[in-house]
Design a protein around this ligand. Structure first.
Ligand code: GSH
Length: 207
């Protein structure tokens, strides 16, 4: 497969993409960048927004992790069966991004002072995904087929289970979703692989 990802040795913003590619039976070449190497600045200068991850699909070079998810969603039939579904998939994935940004802010800016309040407020956010998914009945966010928004949500829920192991206990649909996603054979194999397990979730050791 022609896919290449260039990123730091963390799960971070690449793990949803890796889960998706594994589940879709696609191989991915990984270039790991150390923080020392990044600090030299040469690679940074070549990045459209001065940041990683960088994704390559043949001649196509992409920055922005959500653009990568959408590109792969389009290519691998994980972006709904019509425009109506695609719009809802966008809506859900943008909601995942909103929560991911809050999570990243907690991890990198206020872990010591903000964790308790974050966990207290978390149910308010998770309940929105719970309600939307529960209405759909298929076990996925939108339609009856897996989409990039499902992979994105799944990844963020895994991170939150590490932050707070009980956070899904009051959300049966999300809990079942995480269990079902984790049991998909190719996802299970990825999550249990040493290459994946050895990566910390975040770059500062907090989780
Ligand atoms: N919105 C971007 C995306 O989704 O790809 C965010 C990218 C981002 O925050 N990259 C961080 C980075 O490159 C690592 S996760 N930090 C190093 C730097 O900014 O110099």
């Amino acid at each position: 497969s022609p896919y290449t990802i260039t990123y730091f040795a963390v799960k971070g913003r690449c793990s949803a993409l890796k889960i998706m590619l594994a589940d879709q039976s696609q191989t991915l070449k990984e270039n790991l960048v150390t923080f020392d190497e990044w600090g030299k600045g040469d690679l940074k200068k070549t990045c459209v927004y001065g940041q990683l991850p960088k994704f390559e699909d043949g001649d196509l070079v992409l920055f922005q992790s959500n653009a990568m998810l959408r590109h792969l969603g389009r290519k691998h039939g994980a972006y709904g069966k019509n425009d109506h579904e695609a719009a809802h998939i966008d809506m859900m994935s943008d909601g995942v991004e909103d929560l991911r940004l809050k999570y990243i802010k907690l991890i990198y800016q206020e872990y010591e002072t903000g964790k308790e309040a974050y966990i207290k407020d978390l149910a308010n956010h998770l309940s929105k995904f719970e309600a939307f998914m529960a209405k759909n009945k298929s076990g996925f966010l939108v339609g009856d087929k897996i989409s990039f928004a499902d992979y994105n949500l799944f990844d963020l829920l895994l991170n939150h289970k590490v932050l707070c192991s009980t956070c899904l206990d009051t959300f049966p649909t999300l809990k079942k979703f995480v269990d079902t996603m984790s049991a998909r054979p190719k996802i299970k194999a990825l999550l249990e692989s040493d290459d994946f397990k050895k990566l910390p979730i975040n770059g500062n050791g907090k989780q």
